[in-house]
Design a protein around this ligand. Structure first.
Ligand SMILES: NC(=O)c1ccc[n+]([C@@H]2O[C@H](COP(=O)([O-])OP(=O)(O)OC[C@H]3O[C@@H](n4cnc5c(N)ncnc54)[C@H](O)[C@@H]3O)[C@@H](O)[C@H]2O)c1
Length: 325
């Protein structure tokens, strides 16, 4: 069992990972400023409300908790907003990560699992994407995360830390036990927006761009269930604490679905023919992102349990029907 300090643990993904950490008997401290997170989603451990950019506060919390490892989820995540306000993203995501790493160094914490993203790849030539593809992000959000990966690599070379960077593809779905799920009112993820349109919490769903170079003209993404991603974090933790070398892993299923396919499936799963409006492309959206997930399966022994778009949508739908903010 380990003591894990979780930044951003009140957020969508962080709270699912905290649930699994707690169920497996680990000790958890969540450090979150609740800018987009929800204290009610934290099912295990203690919450310290603070900003990762507040160095003294995060250092004090870490000193107090004495973790074996840090999981760093805290970030701003909205791509179009990052295009409009890049400094906000570099400050929160890149400078914020430096603050977390400095606190770790001061407190003698040597292991970190970092939430990276498929956005670090930009618009790769080769599909599915392997981890050795060049990092050429096409938006400030992806840049702010790629910069953290470089900082981690350099700090690791300097002997400061061991790290695992997990490059998440499109995370979706909710806890199959129905205890937690996405709670952000302004969530921008496709599956959440579909099920919210289906239960009338949104008037309609917008599909951005129908003229991409894909079979139906809409963007293709690799949707991974949030609890499979949580499993990947458990394996990464075990790996690092067991002395595994710093490394980077894709987290996706290796299967792409177009936005239109997701919309059609969501209509079937929910039984609701919700309104859809087709709009212009958004800046910074690559046409296709699909993971090659061979490495994480091979090196960490990851075996997805929920690799099924209908199931992913069903868990999100069940959650959305019962959750009232
Ligand atoms: N959702 C996805 O599909 C996806 C895909 C790739 C990568 N990621 C990464 O996963 C991580 C979690 O994403 P999420 O979808 O759960 O987002 P989220 O917005 O639900 O969670 C982020 C959490 O971080 C907290 N936070 C943000 N800035 C903070 C700060 N300065 N100090 C303290 N707390 C702060 C928020 O309050 C929130 O609880 C992020 O790092 C994101 O970049 C997400």
């Amino acid at each position: 069992m380990a003591r894990v300090f979780v930044t951003g643990g009140a957020g969508y993904i962080g709270s699912h990972v905290v649930k699994l950490l707690g169920e497996k008997g680990n000790e958890v401290m969540v450090y979150d400023n609740l800018s987009s997170g929800n204290a009610g989603s934290i099912l295990y451990g203690r919450l310290v409300r603070g900003d990762i950019l507040d160095f003294e506060k995060i250092k004090t919390a870490m000193e107090d908790f004495q973790p074996d490892a840090v999981m760093h989820f805290a970030a701003k995540i909205v791509v179009p907003e990052s295009v409009r306000e890049p400094l906000k993203y570099y400050e929160n995501n890149t400078c914020g990560a430096v603050s977390v790493l400095k606190a770790m160094r001061e407190c003698g914490v040597k292991k970190i699992i970092f939430s990276s993203t498929a956005a670090v790849y930009g618009q790769p030539e080769k599909m599915p994407i392997t981890e050795d593809a060049p990092l050429e992000p096409v938006n400030p959000y992806g840049q702010s995360k790629a910069a953290v990966e470089r900082i981690l690599r350099d700090s690791c070379l300097a002997g400061d830390f061991g790290y695992v960077a997990l490059r998440y593809f499109n995370v979706a779905g909710a806890d199959p036990a129905g205890k937690i799920g996405e709670t952000k009112k302004d969530a921008t993820h496709l599956v959440t927006m579909c099920v919210r349109a289906a239960c009338g919490k949104r008037d309609k769903l917008f599909v951005y761009g129908t003229d991409y170079t894909t079979p139906d003209g809409t963007c293709i993404r690799d949707y991974i269930h949030v609890m499979d991603l949580a499993d990947a974090h458990m394996l990464a933790l075990e790996y690092l604490l067991g002395g595994g070398k710093s490394d980077v892993f894709n987290c996706g299923y290796g299967q792409g679905y177009s936005v239109q396919q997701v919309v059609d499936t969501a209509k079937k799963v929910t039984g609701v023919d919700f309104p859809v409006e087709y709009a212009q492309r958004r800046p910074g959206d690559p046409p296709e992102l699909v993971a090659d997930s061979a490495k994480i399966k091979q090196k960490l022994g990851w075996q997805p349990r929920y690799d099924d778009l209908k199931f992913i949508i069903k868990t999100a739908w069940e959650w959305e029907k019962k959750y009232n903010s």
